[in-house]
Design a protein. Structure first.
Length: 257
């Protein structure tokens, strides 16, 4: 695991985008189209903005890329502005110039959610697997919507959201009552199959989760800690999110070198 501590959110976005661009170019150099795993929420927005800058400068081309979102709410119409299908369309597909038919989001409206989960895993596999997965982390340590006690080898499936996650996400809705209670999320086993993982986090509200995921034991109570078992996981955070890290000075020295 690599931990990079940045000064600003803009720097976090630029650092994460540089990682994504590096993987993308390496994949494209082999003649294959890149497959990117994309997250919703606030954390990756600076990464998407930095990717757009690289595209506008002509340094990156994602027009042939495929993308797979991590998760989707269950019980929210797909046309709802906060459905992840819509959020990904607004924040990823349109600004980064991806072809809409190559951007995939789990089908939270499916009547058979178990089948929808299995189909999603199969679609990722058929696309050749995710080359680089962009991740945020919940204040309770979730990645995707793998809430605490998710199996570390779980596959894409329905997960009930914790009250904490619903409270955290209430800012996107007019009240907490509107926040769905369930989601369809890539499993931890699914996420771990991505060839590279890049997790971004900012702010003191993420400090405990970052401490647990980087320096805590690998355990289902902090689902993101499974990334300690990934051979290419990069954690890009600001000073506030790094506040509880025991080896913060060590990571800072590595970040500066
Ligand atoms: C989003 C996702 C979640 C978020 C996490 C952090 O697709 O899978 O794991 O990354 O809830 O959300 P923000 O970035 O809004 O704090």
């Amino acid at each position: 695991m690599e931990v990079i501590i940045c000064n600003t959110e803009v720097e976090i976005g630029a650092t994460a985008a540089a990682k994504v661009a590096k993987v993308t170019k390496a994949v494209q150099a082999t003649g294959r189209n890149v497959v990117i795993g994309v997250a919703t929420g606030s954390s990756p927005l600076s990464t998407y903005a930095a990717l757009k800058q690289l595209i506008d400068l002509g340094e990156l081309d994602l027009s042939q890329a495929s993308a797979f979102a991590l998760d989707e709410y269950v019980g929210l119409p797909t046309s709802h502005p906060e459905s992840y299908r819509e959020v990904i369309r607004r924040t990823v597909t349109q600004p980064l110039g991806l072809a809409p038919e190559r951007v995939h989001v789990p089908d939270g409206a499916a009547t058979d959610l178990e089948k929808a989960g299995a189909d999603y895993d199969a679609a990722i596999k058929a696309a050749g697997g995710v080359d680089v997965q962009i991740l945020g982390v919940g204040s309770n340590g979730h990645i995707g919507f793998n809430e605490p006690i998710s199996s570390l080898s779980s596959r894409t499936r329905m997960v009930p959201l914790t009250e904490q996650t619903r409270r955290d996400n209430a800012r996107f809705f007019s009240s907490i009552a509107e926040v769905p209670t369930r989601c369809l999320t890539q499993g931890l086993g699914t996420i771990m199959e991505a060839r590279h993982c890049v997790l971004v986090a900012t702010g003191v509200g993420k400090a405990a989760a970052v401490k647990a995921l980087v320096e805590g034991p690998v355990q289902a109570m902090c689902p993101a800690s499974v990334l300690q078992l990934h051979e290419s996981a990069t954690i890009i955070i600001d000073e506030a999110a790094a506040a509880q890290l025991e080896l913060k000075d060590y990571y800072l020295a590595q970040s500066a070198s």
